[in-house]
Write a protein that binds this ligand. Structure first.
Ligand code: FES
Ligand SMILES: [Fe+2]
Length: 374
């Protein structure tokens, strides 16, 4: 991590986008975060048909999947089914049964560690191989083989179930990061928030490299001055801040990072110990599901500083609301006219292209003249 620099974090709200949100009640704001939006231009007109990146992505929270539970999920422009076997492990398959096409997320049942299709009871293991056809002496040989096209690698860590996405079924090249705080009894249970953003993953991820927007969209007094480190599949940054609190100015540190494209995290220390773990998962090339899960030191959250602890979370969610107003309707500008102070946006885009692969990336390269090859 590079040497962090000191910036001010006094707020100069209201910011312009707040005009779009200020009249919403708390309930309306919560609904707005995931509601479909109206009067939007098509993805083609907005130029946002970027490829979906490869990596580990959140499928659901661990506590949303009991042993023996089956859930339909819709990510990567695919119908998927996730279930938890009796051994406690989650598994993810394409939802459509290869036999006659039933959607196994609706009526499928867990038998041991396998999934039983509701239509004719064929049973599938987590590798996508058929292990039983109850009314037949034989299984079609092709169906007995594991399938890297229909089965997805899964992991479970830090309270999330993860799946590996690669358009060509390539094996994982890194692992999702584990955060010990999540299992530590001194840290609170997750406080969860979510958004559906009508924009591609790359645009959302670019926010951290867009240093100029903090002042104008989020009301930070000065554009923060910090270095972003690009290292393999990770990027990290660390910022020292002075925060105005009910107890006066307090020195704090914000450390943030992203592992691959799908696992951002931010650690706030000094003000109120807070760890935010995010899951960013593509629903499609141009719609993205964002989850923010906060855990805080219980002594901060439940003690005298409880009000401040809640305010930290509220402020971070407010920032996401502010960004979403733009992201939902933003056009993607390839080769943007950047100027001094815009932040390392091109470095970020070059970094992010490492997560693109397959046919969609080829089409994207063809579409975009002058795109730097790998
Ligand atoms: S469609 Fe699944 S077993 Fe027939
Ligand atoms: Fe932002």
């Amino acid at each position: 991590m590079s040497e962090a620099r000191q910036v001010q974090d006094a707020r100069t709200a209201p910011v312009l986008v707040w005009n779009q949100l200020k009249d919403l009640t708390t309930e309306e704001l919560t609904r707005w975060r995931t509601d479909p939006i109206k009067n939007n231009r098509s993805p083609e007109e907005r130029g946002i048909n970027l490829p979906m990146p490869c990596g580990w992505f959140v499928v659901c929270y661990s506590d949303e999947l009991e042993i023996g539970e089956v859930k339909p999920v819709n990510y990567f422009e695919r119908e998927l089914v996730v279930w938890r076997g009796e051994d406690g492990s989650p598994r993810v398959l394409d939802a459509y049964c290869p036999h006659l096409g039933a959607h196994m997320g609706y009526g499928g049942k867990v038998n041991g560690n396998d999934l039983q299709c509701p239509f004719h009871s064929w049973q599938w293991n987590g590798d996508g191989a058929c292990v039983d056809v109850p009314y037949s002496k034989s299984i079609p040989p092709k169906m007995k083989k594991p399938s890297c096209e229909r089965a997805y690698h899964t992991r479970e860590t830090s309270g999330f179930v993860w799946m590996w996405y690669h358009p060509e079924g390539t094996e994982p090249t890194y692992e999702p990061r584990t955060f010990d705080e999540v299992a530590d009894p001194d840290w609170s249970d997750y406080e969860k928030h979510e958004w559906i953003v009508y924009g591609p993953m790359q645009t959302i991820a670019e926010n951290g490299a867009d240093t100029a927007h903090f002042q104008y969209i989020h009301g930070v007094a000065d554009s923060p001055d910090y270095d972003i480190n690009f290292d393999g599949h990770c990027r990290t940054a660390e910022v020292y801040v002075k925060m105005g609190t009910p107890k006066g100015i307090v020195d704090g540190t914000i450390a943030y990072g992203v592992d691959g494209p799908g696992q951002p995290w931010t650690r706030f220390t000094g003000i109120c110990e807070t760890l935010m773990l995010a899951g960013v998962t593509p629903i499609s090339k141009h719609i993205t599901h964002l989850r923010f899960a906060f855990t805080q030191l219980k002594s901060d959250r439940d003690g005298e500083s409880g009000g401040l602890a809640k305010a930290v979370i509220k402020d971070i969610c407010k920032q996401l609301d502010q960004d979403k107003v733009v992201w939902d309707r933003q056009k993607y500008i390839e080769n943007p006219p950047l100027c001094q102070g815009d932040g390392p946006i091109n470095d970020f885009r070059n970094f992010f292209r490492q997560f693109y692969a397959g046919e969609e990336f080829d089409k994207y390269r063809e579409r975009v003249a002058g795109l730097t090859p790998d």
